[in-house]
Design a protein around this ligand. Structure first.
Ligand code: ANZ
Ligand code: ZN
Length: 815
C-alpha cells in the first residue's frame, strides 16, 4: 500500500489560482503581439442580477474554446461586459423603489463576482457597461452619423403598444398570442412619431450570408425575416376618375391577373377616404376604427376569419378590361408592397375565403391538372396552364409570369419589383432607462441634431420614471428645456430613449478600447482585432440582435470605420440545459439548478466539466446528480493519478502508452476544433482509466509516463483550469499551464491500431474482422451483426445474449 495522497480540495485551489492569475495578469490580452489574433466573443449578459445556468452554459465552454485557441498560439481576445439598459431595470426599480442605476450597478457587482468564480480567461480591463455615458455617448454618435446619411429618420409609425408597460414594443416582443412578452398583457396598437433606422437600405445585402459560417437555421430565419419577394407592381384604373387615378398593387402572381374579381386596400390606404361612396362611408369608417385597434399579429392570424367592407368604388383591370369592386380588409398591411392587393380567389386561399364570404365571383385562370371547368372546392395555388387569359391563354403559368410582366412594362402600366418583409427598425422607446436620442426640436429650425461636441446627452438621474405612456424624460423640465444648437433660441429635447438593441449592435467594437475618447473605438485596434472570429450565444438571438449587428457593421463599413462586410465570421448556438427531470428549468417546476450552489458543492472545475459533458454543446441536455458525480470522481482520479507516481522502469515498452497518449491528443484536438466537449471529456476519462491500468499492470516507461500525464493535463487545462494548474505546479512544471502550447501528436502513433475481432455464434467461430483496437462494444456488436457469414448462422433465430471480450471477441448466443 502506498502513502495516501492528499485529498483534492477544489475550493482552496480555485480561490488560490484565481487570485494568482489576476495578480499576474495572465489573461490580459496585449494588442500588439507577434501571434495571429483571434477574437472570441460570447454574448454579454443582461444585468438581471444573477448569472444563471444558461449564462454558464454559454460562457464556460466558450472559455474552454478560447483557452484552446490561445494554447494553439493565437493572441486571443476574450472580453466581457454588461448589457445594462432596458425595461427590467425600470420595472424592478418601480417595484422595489430603487433607482434603475443603483439596481443595475448592484447587479453588475454581483454578476462580475459570479463571472470571476468561473475562472475564465476574461480580460477584465476591457469591460464595457452600456449604461455608462462613456458608452452610450457613442450610441448617440452613431445615431447622428446615420441621421446625416438619411439612415435615421422620424415618421408616424403604427406601433404595438403595451398598455401595462406603457411602451411601444417591437413585433418580436409581442408573443404569438398577441400579448406582451414581459407582462403578458394583450398588446394594442397606436400611431406615434418615432425614430427609425433604415435597415431596409441594406435588405439585399443582409440576405447574403455567403461570407460567414453560421448555423443553417439562423441563416434561414434571417432570410425569412427579410422576406424577399419578386413580383410585379401593376396599376388598376380607378373608375370614373381622371386618367391618372389608379391603384397600384404588388403581386407575386402576375400570371393570375386575368382572374382578379375584386381589389382590396389596407384600411389605412390613403385612397380609401377618397374613393368611398357616401352610402358606404359609415361602415368603412367603423371598419377602419376597429382595424386600428388590432395588432399586426391579430391581423395576420391565419385562424381569424378574413373580414372586409365594400367601399362602393370600382376599378378596371387594364389587361382584361374587367370592372371589379374595391374592398378594404385588415389582412392587407399598409406597409407591405403598395398596401393594395388584387383579389384572385381561384388561386389564393385567403382570397378564396374572402370571395365566398362576400359572394364574389371565383374565376379560374390557371387550370388545375385534369380540370373540367367545375367550380373549385379550394384555391388552386399551384402552377398550370392559363385559361381565360386573353393573349396568354394556353401558356404555362411560369412562362406567363414573365410574359405578363413584360407586357405590363411595355405599356407603362407597371414594373417588375422586389419587395421585402423587413421593415425599418423602430428605435424609439417611451421609457427612462436607455440612451437619450440626441435630437432637439426648435420652433424656428425644426428638428436639429445635437452637435457631436455636445455629446453625450446625459440621462438625468433625478427622474420620476413611473410609466405613464409618455417618456419619463418629458416630465423632467431641466432635461427637456434646452437651447437650439443652431439659433440659440428655446428648444425642447427629444424625450424618447433608444431600443437597447442599439447598445448590443456594436459592443464588441467597444471592447477593443473601452475608454477611447475620439470615436466608438480606436481605429488602429479595429484594424488589428476586427472582425470577430468566433461568436457564441443563444439561438434566440437569430434574428434581432444578429441582424441589427450586421446592419450596424455595414453602416460602419460605409463610414470607413471597419473593413470587410461581416462582423461575426463564425457563429455557434449552444443548446439548452434542462432540469434533472428533463424539463425546461423553471421556478414553478422547482427544477432550477443554481450555479453558485453547485460550485459551493463540487468546485468550479467539476461544474465546468459537467456542463461540457452532459450533452453535445449544441443540444444541451438534462442536468443530473449522477452525471456531475461522475465528473467529480473523474477529477479525483486524475488528482490521485498525477500525485501518486507509478513504478517506473526504463526497460518497459513505451509504445502502448505512447499510442494512448497520441491517440488522445489527436481526439482532443479534433473535438476542440468542433466544440465537441462531451466526446472530448469521454476520451480523457478513457485515457485516465487506461493510465490506471498501465500503472497496475507493471512498471511503466518513465518518459512515456511523463508524456502521458503532461498530455492529459494540457488537454484538460481549457476545461478544468484550476486543478490542472495545481497539478502542473505540483509536478514541478513551469507556471503557468495556461501559457503552454497545446500538445501536438505524431500521426503515426495516433493512428488507430487494428486488431482481429473473433465473432462466434453459440461459441463457434463464424468470422474474423479487422477492427480498430479501441472499438467500443456497441460498434463491435454492430459490425459483428453486419457480417454476412454471421448473419447466415443466426438465420431467423433471435439473439438471447451477447458476450463481449474487449479487443478480442464477440459471442452471440442465439436460440
Ligand atoms: C395576387 C395573388 C394571386 C397573390 C395569387 C398571391 C397568390 P409574399 O410572397 O409574401 O411577398 N400581398 C401583396 N401586398 C400585400 C399586403 N400589403 N398585405 C397583404 N398581402 C399582400 O406575398 C405576395 C402576395 O401577397 C401578393 O401576391 C399579394 O397577393 C399579397 F394566386 O397578388 B398576390
Ligand atoms: Zn433653432
Amino acid at each position: 500500500m502506498r502513502d495516501m495522497v492528499e485529498r483534492y480540495r477544489p475550493r482552496e485551489i480555485e480561490r488560490k489560482w484565481q487570485e494568482r492569475w489576476e495578480r499576474d495578469g495572465i489573461y490580459r490580452t496585449p494588442d500588439h503581439d507577434d501571434r495571429p489574433k483571434f477574437y472570441f466573443l460570447t454574448m454579454f449578459p443582461y444585468t438581471s442580477g444573477d448569472l444563471h445556468i444558461g449564462h454558464w452554459y454559454a460562457m464556460a465552454p466558450s472559455d474552454a474554446a478560447a483557452r484552446y485557441r490561445r494554447m494553439r498560439g493565437y493572441n486571443v481576445l476574450f472580453p466581457m461586459g454588461f448589457d445594462a439598459f432596458g425595461l427590467p431595470a425600470e420595472n424592478a426599480a418601480i417595484r422595489h423603489g430603487v433607482h434603475p442605476k443603483e439596481w443595475t450597478y448592484r447587479n453588475i457587482e454581483r454578476m462580475r463576482a459570479q463571472l470571476k468564480t468561473m475562472g475564465a480567461m476574461i480580460d477584465w480591463s476591457r469591460e464595457v457597461i452600456t449604461c455608462d455615458p462613456e458608452y452610450y455617448k457613442w450610441n448617440q454618435w452613431f445615431f447622428l452619423k446615420m441621421y446625416e446619411r438619411g439612415l435615421a429618420y422620424r415618421a408616424l409609425a403604427p406601433a404595438n403598444w403595451c398598455p401595462s408597460c406603457q411602451t411601444v414594443l417591437a413585433n418580436e416582443q409581442v408573443l404569438p398570442d398577441g400579448t406582451c412578452e414581459r407582462c403578458h398583457t394583450p398588446v394594442t396598437h397606436r400611431d406615434l412619431e418615432q425614430w427609425m433606422l433604415r435597415i431596409t437600405a441594406y435588405a439585399e445585402e443582409l440576405l447574403d450570408h455567403s461570407k460567414i459560417q453560421w448555423p443553417e437555421p439562423v441563416v434561414i430565419m434571417q432570410k425569412n425575416w427579410i422576406g424577399r419577394s419578386e413580383g410585379l407592381e401593376v396599376a388598376f384604373a380607378l373608375e370614373g376618375a381622371g386618367p391618372q387615378e389608379e391603384i397600384r398593387v404588388f403581386t407575386t402572381r402576375p400570371d393570375t391577373i386575368y382572374g382578379v374579381t375584386f381589389m382590396v386596400l389596407a384600411p389605412e390606404h390613403p385612397l380609401v377616404r377618397k374613393i368611398t361612396t357616401p352610402e358606404r362611408r359609415q361602415e368603412v369608417e367603423e371598419y377602419i376604427e376597429q382595424a386600428r385597434r388590432q395588432t399586426e399579429i391579430e391581423r395576420l392570424s391565419t385562424i381569424r376569419e378574413k373580414t372586409g367592407v365594400f367601399t362602393g368604388a370600382y376599378c378596371r383591370n387594364l389587361l382584361s378590361g374587367e370592372r371589379v369592386p374595391i374592398y378594404i380588409a385588415d389582412y392587407v398591411l399598409p406597409w407591405y408592397g403598395t398596401g393594395a392587393v388584387m383579389g384572385v380567389p381561384a388561386h389564393d386561399q385567403r382570397d378564396f375565403l374572402f370571395a365566398r364570404r362576400y359572394g364574389l365571383p371565383i374565376k379560374v385562370v390557371v387550370a388545375p391538372p385534369g380540370w373540367g371547368g367545375e367550380p373549385l372546392e379550394e384555391a388552386h395555388e399551384g402552377p398550370g396552364v392559363l385559361v381565360d387569359s386573353g393573349p396568354f391563354t394556353g401558356m404555362d403559368s411560369e412562362k406567363a409570369k414573365e410574359a405578363i410582366c413584360s407586357y405590363v412594362e411595355e405599356r407603362g402600366w407597371g414594373r417588375r419589383r422586389v419587395t421585402y418583409r423587413l421593415r425599418d427598425w423602430l428605435i424609439s422607446r417611451q421609457r427612462y432607462w436607455g440612451t437619450p436620442i440626441p435630437i432637439v426640436y426648435c420652433d424656428g429650425c425644426g428638428t436639429v441634431p445635437v452637435p457631436e461636441e455636445q455629446l453625450p446627452v446625459t440621462l438625468p438621474e433625478d427622474v420620476d420614471f413611473r410609466p405613464t405612456g409618455e417618456s419619463p424624460l418629458a416630465r423632467h423640465e431641466g432635461f427637456v428645456h434646452t437651447s437650439c444648437p443652431r439659433c440659440g433660441g428655446p428648444a425642447r429635447r427629444e424625450t424618447d430613449t433608444m431600443d437597447t438593441f442599439v447598445d448590443s449592435s456594436w459592443y464588441f467594437m467597444r471592447y477593443l478600447s473601452p475608454h477611447y475618447q475620439d470615436g466608438p473605438f480606436d481605429p488602429e485596434l479595429g484594424r488589428l482585432w476586427l472582425p470577430v472570429d468566433q461568436y457564441t450565444g443563444g439561438a434566440e438571438h437569430a434574428v434581432m440582435h444578429l441582424l441589427y449587428a450586421r446592419f450596424f457593421w455595414k453602416v460602419c463599413r460605409d463610414l470607413g470605420l471597419v473593413a470587410g462586410d461581416e462582423p461575426f465570421l463564425r457563429l455557434f448556438n449552444q443548446g439548452q440545459i434542462l432540469g434533472p427531470d428533463g424539463q425546461r428549468m423553471s421556478k414553478s417546476r422547482g427544477n432550477v439548478v443554481a450555479p453558485d450552489e453547485q460550485i459551493e458543492r463540487w468546485g468550479v472545475d467539476t461544474f465546468r466539466c459537467y456542463l461540457m459533458f452532459l450533452g453535445p454543446w449544441e443540444d444541451g441536455g438534462p442536468y443530473t446528480f449522477e452525471g456531475i458525480q461522475g465528473i467529480w470522481r473523474w477529477l479525483n482520479r486524475v488528482w490521485a493519478l498525477c500525485l501518486d507516481e507509478p513504478r517506473k522502469d526504463i526497460a518497459a515498452d513505451p509504445l502502448p502508452l505512447r499510442r494512448l497518449t497520441h491517440r488522445t491528443i489527436k481526439k482532443a484536438t479534433d473535438d476542440m476544433e468542433r466544440f465537441r466537449f462531451n466526446t472530448l471529456i469521454s476520451a480523457l476519462m478513457e485515457m485516465t482509466n487506461q493510465l490506471y491500468r498501465f500503472r497496475q499492470e507493471g512498471p511503466v516507461h518513465p518518459q512515456a509516463w511523463e508524456e502521458a500525464i503532461d498530455a492529459l493535463l494540457l488537454t484538460m487545462a481549457p476545461l478544468a483550469p484550476h486543478i490542472t494548474e495545481e497539478l502542473w505546479e505540483r509536478r514541478g512544471k513551469p507556471y503557468s499551464i495556461h501559457q503552454q502550447a497545446w500538445p501536438s501528436y505524431d500521426p503515426e502513433l495516433a493512428r488507430p491500431q487494428e486488431i482481429t475481432l473473433v465473432v462466434q455464434v453459440n461459441g463457434k467461430v463464424r468470422d474474423k474482422l479487422q477492427v480498430p483496437a479501441d472499438i467500443s462494444e456497441e460498434e463491435a456488436l454492430r459490425l459483428a451483426l453486419e457480417s454476412p457469414r454471421v448473419r447466415q448462422h443466426i438465420d431467423q433465430r433471435s439473439i438471447e445474449r451477447t458476450i463481449y471480450v474487449p479487443g478480442r471477441l464477440v459471442n452471440l448466443v442465439v436460440r
